[in-house]
Design a protein around this ligand. Sequence first.
Ligand SMILES: [Fe+2]
Length: 431
Amino acid sequence: MANLVVKVQTEDLQPGQILAEDIRDPFGRILLYSGATLTEFTIQGLREREYIKTVKVRISPEKIAPGLLRPEESLARIPTQVHQRIGGFFEKARTSAQVKEEAIEHLSEDVQPVIENIFGTEPAIVHNLRLLSNHDDHTHQHSWMVMLLSLSILREAELKGFLKPDKHDKTDMALGALLHDIGKTQIPLKILNKPGKLSAEEWQKMRLHSTYGYRMIRSLSSLMPVSKAVVGHHHRYLDGSGYSAEGLPFLEYVPDLVRIATVADIYEAIVSERPYHIAALPYHAIKILEQGSKKLYDPRYVSLLREIVAAFPIGSLLLFSGGLVAQVEDVDLKEKDNPLLLIVGSFNRKYAPHLGLRYNLESPPSGLPGEPELLLGAYSPAGLASKIRAGFQLQKTPYDLLGSDASIGLYSLPDWESSFCENFGFLLQIF
Ligand SMILES: [Fe+2]
């Protein structure tokens, strides 16, 4: 694939260009991942950040060929002000600890263009979708994503004939998803953004966000009971485990819109980068949801989500057992679980002769690993290195992760050499 990597001033960025580097804020937090397709919306977000002057992009004309409607493109038609207004709503909730009736009326109007975009376009695959918020506020960002995912699942459920949502159901879904974590605006930021594990006491406080959130919205007459149920019960699972807002009666039957929001919420939490958690690939997030489905989550909505998301975002890195590292170079939307891989490196000499080889995940050439051998995935070499370290902490031996051959080393394509040394050098000390 003839991709051209070029450095472009933010003023000159064009929708459809693909990021060739992670974009971080001044604190090092990832705003947009390498591999994301730029939209009017994300470009505007980049231009607003004065500390970002130039961005490396891969230009790939076939990505914007007509007929390949991507949600980034369809969602790009959502007026930017909608996302900003919703950000303002979260800011207000944080300072005033109240949600006013008229704020819900405004939100109901604000989500209409989002609903129209999701329900009014061709079904599309959610790629490496990250939208920049003006405030880098995680609750706003997470809630926005959970809304987009919940509406996308609802749309798929309508197409498959599971549900027949009317205009009100769609608005109730959007508002419930947007507000599900509104109680987090009342949790101290030092707990919300704490790197590492929460103590038992902090965890207790964190769980209170359901209760705080429910208290903030329970008396609003413009918010429907099902949206309130999303706020109060989104951490209640199908087998009765989990928790609800204090004071709410036990839910015998979890409504469909709550089930959808729960699936979207867990998924979004797993794939997003947080101070205490390295972002997982959609592939691994779906696997985790599938393991919990039937018992915890509704399997119908997990499988609809699986159809909506691209399991392997372009640009992500995969580690296979035996120590082979490949980058996802392209994804054909018609075969989205079968990405084109480029072998960029290996921790084992046996794969060194194959560096630079391209193959599709579902049809590996003989001797090379395929999906059953896939161990870990990440959006960057640093992310992959963190995941390998975490794997060791889980008492996986280096041999489980990298193969039992004695020929361990760092082998990579010339372009990847410095990044491999920097990020994976620690492996050499282990052996
Ligand atoms: Fe929550």
